[in-house]
Every structure is written in C-alpha cells, then in structure tokens.
Design a protein around this ligand. Structure first.
Ligand code: F6P
Length: 324
C-alpha cells in the first residue's frame, strides 16, 4: 500500500539529523511513497508547517550539521488537547505515518500520538545518548569527537602552565558524553551524575596527578553532576588545602551540537532512516528503530519512554583505573 509519510525533527538538534531526513525521503520515494516534511517539530505540526519533499530537496545535506527542517521544544504539544489536535491535523493531510527524529522528549511526543492510534516510528537523535532502545543515538559520535578535540587542545595549554582545567561537557542528566570523552581524552578525573562523589576526594585526585609527575590535570565534568564545573571550582577555591590549584573552567556547551556529522553518524542516520521506512512497509509502528549490538532493532515506544538508559558499569570501573 502506498504511504504518505511525514517526518519531523524535535528537541535539541544533533549532527546527523539531516542525514536521517535524507534517508527517510530517499527510501520512501524509492518505494513509490510520498513524503511531507514538517518544519519546527511538534510546534510546526500544530501550526500546519507542512511541505512536500522530493529527492532534490535533500541533496547536499548529508554533510550538514543541524536540521534543515528546524527544531523546537514545544510546550504547547505537552497538552493532551494539542496532541489530539495534532492527530486530527495529520489525518486531514492524509498522512499515513509519522517519523519522529529526536531525543527522549521527542519520543514521549511520538508515544502520545501512537497512544491516539496514529502510526508513528521514532529515531533516537540526541548528543546525550540517553535514549533507551539504541546503543547509540544519532549525533553522539560527532559530539564526542568535538569534545575530544577540545580536551586535546586544552591539554596543550594546561601542560604549558601546569594547570588544572575543569572541562564541562553537555549531556543533561546523563554522564555518557563526559565518561567517554574523559576516557578517550586521558582525563585525570571524570565527574558524572551517575556516581555520587566526594569533592575533597575529587580535588585530591587532581593534586595527586601532579605528585605522580603529570604536567597537567584535566577533569572532564558532566553538566548534570552535583558538582558541575562551577560548583567544583568554587569548592576548590574555598578550601585552603587546595590553594595550589587555581582551576580554569571551560564549558563546551552548544559547540558540541554544531558541526558536520562524522562518518559514524551519517551511516547510523542513513541506516535508521531506511529502517523506519521498513517498519511502515511491514505495517509495524509504535516503535523506535535503534542499533543494538550492531543490528537494527525495534523497541516499543512505551518501553523506550518508561525505561532509563544506564551507563556501562564496566566503562565506569575502567575510567577510575585509567585516571591514575
Ligand atoms: O539534549 C541535548 C542538550 O544539548 C543537552 O545536552 C543540554 O542540556 C540541552 O540540550 C541544552 O538545551 P538547549 O539547547 O535548549 O539550551
């Protein structure tokens, strides 16, 4: 049966969203379906920002960061009435299925539509890597590489001055970006929300790095940690035991979200865009398509939304060993 598929991006943008849209459009057209792009996420759905997409509309975007369909965090869409209205709007446009590309909030929005019997398939895209049902969300790998490049650069200046740097990375309440970029960047300390740590022990670990002959001490700190970079810096500065440490704080912030997607995100986005169309072709929906142990896998949206993705305990353990 020919479909009329709509696609939107929602929440914080992530490198590779454009590659995912491109894959959806190309795969759908290849099957003889029509594709509608909805601009500005769920907000644009409510205000009817629909446009037909052809093959040419997604030419030259696979290498572009951000999302050419634009994205919003729509407060209005949180209301039940708005969600019911959204389904009515989709039906009025003869849309037979919607693909939602975004993080946890976006997948909660997708579930709200699925619960109103509208066919939806989700694709996890967020630099935070906290979407249950996929080992990697689209955008994570590129964000990690951006953070890593920044850490490597900071190390150079830190070593010249034998300084302590506290590098804060994004991730909301997940420590994934901090943990992985910290391990790969050879940080002397990694601070994540998943591990409740004592600030005195953390400061001692930085001082200990000098005592062991390190030329610098880098702490990679998750923005969601109880002691984020500012709080930890204030703690160190207020304690006379640590007068030797004059920490410098660098917050990478939105720098991690911009930039061109790398090969891993372009490939992942392409695979998941096609996999989402495969779902509709099989008559399957109400799921998120993800990559689990190297294979495309579907997870029911209620499970995706209700489950918390946890960090690999083994990675946490080895990060502690390698920091010494
Ligand atoms: O969810 C992605 C993310 O970049 C988080 O890491 C960060 O906490 C948040 O979005 C920032 O949101 P905004 O772009 O709305 O400031």
């Amino acid at each position: 049966m020919p479909h009329n598929i709509a696609v939107l991006t929602s929440g914080g943008d992530a490198p590779g969203m454009n590659a995912a849209i491109r894959a959806v459009v190309r795969s759908a057209i290849h099957r003889g379906w029509q594709v509608i792009g909805i601009e500005s996420g769920f907000g644009g759905l409510l205000s009817g920002e629909f446009r037909a997409l052809q093959r040419g509309d997604v030419s030259g975007i696979i290498d572009k960061g951000g999302t050419f369909l634009l994205s919003t965090r729509s407060a209005a869409f949180m209301e039940e009435q708005a969600q019911a209205e959204a389904v009515a709007i989709l039906r009025a446009h003869q849309i037979t299925g919607l693909i939602v590309i975004g993080g946890n909030g976006s997948q909660a929005g997708a579930l709200a539509l699925a619960q109103r019997a509208f066919p939806v398939v989700g694709i996890g895209a967020t630099i935070d890597n906290d979407v249950f049902g996929t080992d990697f969300a689209v955008g994570v790998d590129t964000a990690l590489n951006i953070a890593l490049e920044a850490i490597d650069r900071i190390k150079v200046t830190a070593a010249s001055h034998q300084r302590v740097f506290l590098v804060e990375v994004m991730g909301r309440d997940s420590g994934y970006l901090a943990l992985v970029s910290g391990i790969a960047g050879g940080a002397e300390l990694i601070v994540i929300p998943e591990v409740e740590d004592d600030p005195a022990r953390m400061a001692d670990q930085l001082l200990g790095a000098y005592q062991r002959g390190h030329a610098h001490a880098i702490a990679v700190v998750a923005e969601g940690a109880r002691y984020d970079a500012d709080a930890f810096s204030n703690y160190i500065s207020a304690d006379p035991n640590y007068t030797k440490i004059e920490p410098r704080v660098t917050k990478l912030g939105h720098v991690q979200r911009g930039g061109a997607p790398g090969v891993v995100d372009r490939l992942l986005a392409s695979q998941l865009g096609v996999a989402a169309c495969d779902c509709f072709a099989r008559g399957e929906h109400g799921v998120l398509v993800g990559m689990v142990a190297g294979k495309v896998a579907e997870t029911a949206l209620p499970t995706v939304v209700a489950s918390k993705k946890t960090l690999d305990r083994e990675l946490i353990r080895l990060s502690g060993e390698l920091a010494y």
